[in-house]
Ligand binder design. Structure first.
Ligand SMILES: [Zn+2]
Length: 410
């Protein structure tokens, strides 16, 4: 507890020295500024763990000047960081209400208040605060980012796009990617109500923001599939996967389903060609597992065993690959008498795969089982990648290069 507050004493101690030096006064109690005494009283309350008394003292201080303003802000942030949002709000509201505060400091206090409201989930009040600030000469970018947070949380994509465009005008990096995903969200909503024209328009606008965006290709693939243009749907899906191989857990099963919808006798040959290209040219293990299953289903056991050998030669072997190996081996005549043991082995691997995280955020490390386009932890877009398969070294390097290039931190 004490360590949290201790360093608050440092600026106060420094200020007290400066005060006394400036006035050339002896260091006796009576000569000190009354506001400094109030300050020290507040800090004493903090050290005694009497947070409410401390808060009261700070709020009642008549003057908020250059030195104490920063400390008030820091104090408010500390409360917010400890989850005591109500207290943070009281401190920052008190600052904003001071009529003598210069405009830049008022903007800073307002911005802090907006952050408090965001954390408290009072989004309409956060929106009002940030809107008041977004045209001001101070902290407009911070206010716009706050607004963006509000609209993303409320899934108000049109408004989020407006804010993104303004942030882009401020040359904030990575906004094009955010705006592209807002269009994709609107495309998704259009698909849900079967408005294919609107979905296509939105996907095209997303591609204008970020050419070759995998998510836009995926939406275009879905539109094509709904319109019965299966070959086109497959081509778009393959392109998406070639641009972002780590989306394989999402895309390989989808490509398999699309091939089933193809007409004609060459359906399986087309699927084999697709999976083989993904497995051999791009090193996508999920595609290799699907290819092995296809060989097994069609009775080409030698080819299936050869693919299995490649999967098992990887390090680390993906759990899904091991599971396939066990499923394979348990049907071989030679192991029939160990069927109980193999069933237990299969169950253990299956349970492990079932409890394993399938996706990880390449920015903050968040892990989850379901794929989402915006990381719930760091709020960056398009950073979740499949984990249960090998990531080709070159792909990983390209991914890292992309992240450092976009350079967004929050
Ligand atoms: Zn993240």
């Amino acid at each position: 507890m004490i360590t949290d507050w201790f360093w608050l004493l440092l600026p106060v101690a420094a200020a007290s020295g400066w005060w006394l030096a400036r006035r050339g006064l002896p260091e006796d109690e009576d000569a000190r500024e009354p506001s400094l005494d109030r300050y020290l009283e507040g800090v004493r309350h903090l050290l005694d763990d009497r947070t409410d008394d401390a808060l009261q003292t700070f709020i009642q201080m008549v003057e908020v000047d250059h030195d104490t303003f920063e400390t008030h802000v820091i104090l408010g942030r500390l409360f917010r960081r400890r989850g005591e949002v109500d207290r943070a709000i009281r401190i920052h509201q008190n600052l904003v209400a001071r009529p003598t505060l210069e405009p830049k400091k008022r903007a800073q206090a307002l911005c802090e208040l907006g952050e408090d409201f965001l954390l408290a989930g009072v989004l309409d009040r956060a929106e009002n605060v940030f809107r008041e600030l977004m045209d001001s000469p101070h902290l407009a970018v911070e206010a716009l980012k706050g607004l963006q947070h509000v609209y993303e949380t409320q899934r108000e994509w049109e408004k989020a796009i407006e804010v993104g465009v303004r942030l882009k005008a401020h040359e904030v990096p990575n906004e094009h990617l955010r705006i592209a995903h807002y269009h994709c969200e609107l495309a998704r909503e259009a698909l849900d109500r079967d408005d294919l024209d609107e979905a296509a328009t939105r996907a095209a606008r997303a591609s204008e923001e970020v050419p070759g965006l995998s998510r836009a290709l995926l939406i275009q693939s879905e539109i094509a599939a709904r319109q019965g243009r299966i070959a086109d749907a497959i081509a778009r899906g393959r392109e998406a996967l070639s641009r972002t191989p780590q989306l394989a857990p999402l895309l390989v099963p989808r490509l398999e389903r699309l091939h089933q919808e193809l007409e004609g006798e060459h359906r399986l040959a087309r699927l084999e060609e697709t999976l083989s290209a993904l497995a051999n040219d791009q090193g996508i293990t999920m595609a290799r597992i699907a290819l092995m299953r296809l060989f097994r289903r069609t009775g080409r056991l030698e080819a299936a065993l050869s693919e299995l050998g490649v999967i098992l030669s990887q390090r680390p072997v993906p759990t899904s690959g091991l599971l396939e190996a066990v499923r394979w081996m348990k049907v071989l005549p030679a192991v029939q008498e160990y069927s109980t043991e193999f069933a237990a082995f299969e169950k253990a691997l299956s349970d492990q795969l079932g409890s394993q995280h399938l996706y990880q955020c390449v920015n903050c490390g968040y892990q989850g089982r379901a794929h989402v386009w915006q990381c719930p932890s760091c709020r960056r877009w398009d950073t979740l990648r499949g984990v249960d398969f090998d990531i080709d070294q070159t792909t990983e390097a390209a991914e890292q290069a992309l992240i450092s290039e976009t350079g967004e931190t929050g």
